[in-house]
Design a protein around this ligand. Structure first.
Ligand code: NAP
Length: 514
């Protein structure tokens, strides 16, 4: 498979300067990214000057319908994309579905959300504010599309969903996008964009794709652009401090590392529905996507007296887990996509092991070829530090005993420095309230597992189109999705002080909207 880039409205790349992409299944080369002669800066200009006006001429409802078509095209090619996910990066069928169906589902959700905005090109934001003595002089906030490009730099773990969740919001807002997928899993993103292009769903410059390293991409940013990044804190820091990004004050959104916490309340006992839910969520996050979800549980806070019970239950569950290629019937844990990931997880496990003991592990044989890791759960020593600092991006979590008091627990959770999601398992609303108040400022989302929602909960690991995704501090301090809230990243809010009747007429003249 040869991956080209869709830049300036045409497929670019050639046989020179090819970067190999290997399969997590066995390390064999499965694709090449053709990286020669790509003009990233010109591609941004083309998107800004050709794609932008096309999108701004459409109404919110028209753009929503288009986003819906993009989602449907993914769904139409679902089976082939699932096979491609397995063949190119070793996803199990379940993991592939999580990514591919997440992509089509998110686009469908934003098609529905956007349709409600109607045939308008500008959004009225709130009610008019009184400015003078009469009701005529008002201040009205408007939201208008930014006249730049959404530069989407994505992580390797969700090549389809990660692309779709950023695109759906950006395109609905009326802003063209340039997507730079992580090379390790780029074949899936490439194929999706190719499907859209073949179906005539990409007006020139509205969606661009860069299947290559970032190179000098950020040298081409302009003041109205938005950089939306998902990946490591290290790369995030490089992007934030890029000279042109800083000089122009370019808007940057970061989704980075997160040491997500799961918290077992002191009221929950072995055998309770809430206890089972807690266990199921941990095991799901250790196995699904080989533990490589940004929202996966990394730190498990357990009342000290319950640690042996939790350890036995986890050991029982993990002993029934298979690790290997998707084609093997009992496989629940698939491959990591690259050798670099494999080595990174191995070094993270060694680092955590130095300040903890193994509480539970999967003892299934792990194939020698390919990049596989068996799940394990550590029990942290009392003075453990790294567990709050280093995210091991694989099937690994650490149990931290606490004394059952909310204060000690909150203190421990906050040591993670800010996370995407925390999950609290308790049936005691008073305790939950105390914990919620203590951890809410430190997280983008809090998932409260209780007996009341046990039969409907997807667990903390699923990012939903209607809820915000992002987290303060270490998690990058960004925010995406959250339904209409997500549009704010790509819309500019302006306050206009004017005569109310005249303003309505001016808005009609300027944007064809009332
Ligand atoms: P990474 O090295 O930071 O790569 C992420 C993306 O940034 C890739 O597309 C990469 O391209 C690109 N990139 C690398 N260097 C760049 C630079 N100097 N300028 C611009 N772009 C650059 O991250 P990773 O190690 O692949 O991803 C794993 C991390 O992502 C984990 O720590 C995980 O927590 C985090 N993550 C967070 C979320 C979330 O939603 N918060 C979701 C998924 C993953 P190349 O592939 O070409 O190098």
């Amino acid at each position: 498979m040869e991956l080209k880039s869709l830049l300036g409205g045409v497929w670019c790349g050639g046989p020179q300067a090819q970067t190999p992409i290997v399969s997590g299944l066995d390390g064999a080369t499965v694709a090449h990214a053709s990286t020669a002669g790509l003009d990233r800066v010109e591609a941004l200009r083309f998107a800004r000057e050709v794609g932008g006006p096309t999108l701004r001429a459409m109404t919110f409802a028209a753009r929503a319908a288009w986003v819906g078509q993009l989602g449907k095209a993914i769904y139409t090619h679902r089976e082939a994309l699932l096979d491609l996910s397995t063949a190119t990066y070793g996803a199990t069928r379940g993991d592939g579905k999580f990514d591919i169906d997440g992509a089509s589902g998110t686009m469908a959700a934003f098609a529905a959300i956007g349709a409600k905005l109607g045939d308008v090109r500008v959004l009225f934001d709130g009610e008019p504010e009184a400015m003078g003595r009469s009701a005529r002089f008002v201040g009205q906030h408007l939201q208008v599309p930014r006249e730049g490009v959404g530069i989407h730099i994505n992580a390797f773990n969700f090549p389809a969903w990660g692309m779709a969740e950023k695109l759906a919001v950006c395109l609905l807002a009326g802003v063209p996008a340039l997507v730079k997928p992580a090379l390790a899993t780029a074949p899936v993103a490439f194929r999706i964009v190719q499907i859209w292009h073949e179906a005539g769903l990409i007006p020139p410059g509205t969606i661009s794709l860069l299947c290559a390293g970032a190179g000098d991409l950020l040298d081409g940013v302009a003041a109205q652009d938005v950089v939306a990044f998902t990946g490591s804190s290290h790369t995030a820091a490089q992007i934030r401090s890029h000279a042109r990004v800083t000089a122009l004050g370019v808007r940057v959104n970061v989704e980075a590392d997160s040491l997500n916490a799961a918290i077992l309340g002191p009221d929950v006992a072995d055998g309770d529905v809430t206890f089972d839910m807690f266990l199921a969520d941990i095991v799901r996050d250790l196995t699904q996507k080989a533990g490589q979800k940004c929202t996966a549980i990394r730190r498990v806070f357990v009342p000290a007296a319950l640690v042996p019970t939790v350890g036995e239950a986890l050991q029982d569950a993990l002993s029934r887990v298979g690790v290997g290629p998707a084609s093997t019937a009992d496989t629940r844990v698939g491959a990591l996509p690259t050798l670099a990931q494999h080595e990174d997880v191995a070094s993270g496990i060694a680092a955590l092991a130095a300040e903890s003991t193994v509480l539970a592990s999967c003892d299934a044989p792990v194939p020698e070829a390919g990049f596989y890791v068996a799940p394990r759960v550590f029990l942290a020593n009392a003075d453990a530090v790294l567990v709050h600092e280093r995210e091991v991006f694989g099937p690994v979590a650490t149990v931290l005993p606490y004394d059952g008091t909310a204060a000690a627990l909150i203190d421990g959770v906050r040591k993670g420095g800010g996370g995407l999601v925390a999950s609290v398992y308790t049936d005691d609303p008073a305790w939950a309230g105390e914990v919620l108040a203590g951890i809410a400022p430190w997280h983008g989302r809090v998932h409260w597992g209780s007996v009341k929602v046990a039969d409907q909960s997807p667990g903390p690991g699923t990012v939903l189109p209607t809820l915000v995704h992002g987290g303060p501090g270490k998690a990058g301090n960004g925010e995406e999705l959250g339904g209409l809230r997500g549009l704010s990243l790509y819309l500019h809010r302006v306050a206009v002080q004017a005569d109310r009747a005249l303003l309505d007429r001016a808005v009609q003249a300027g944007w064809g909207a009332t």
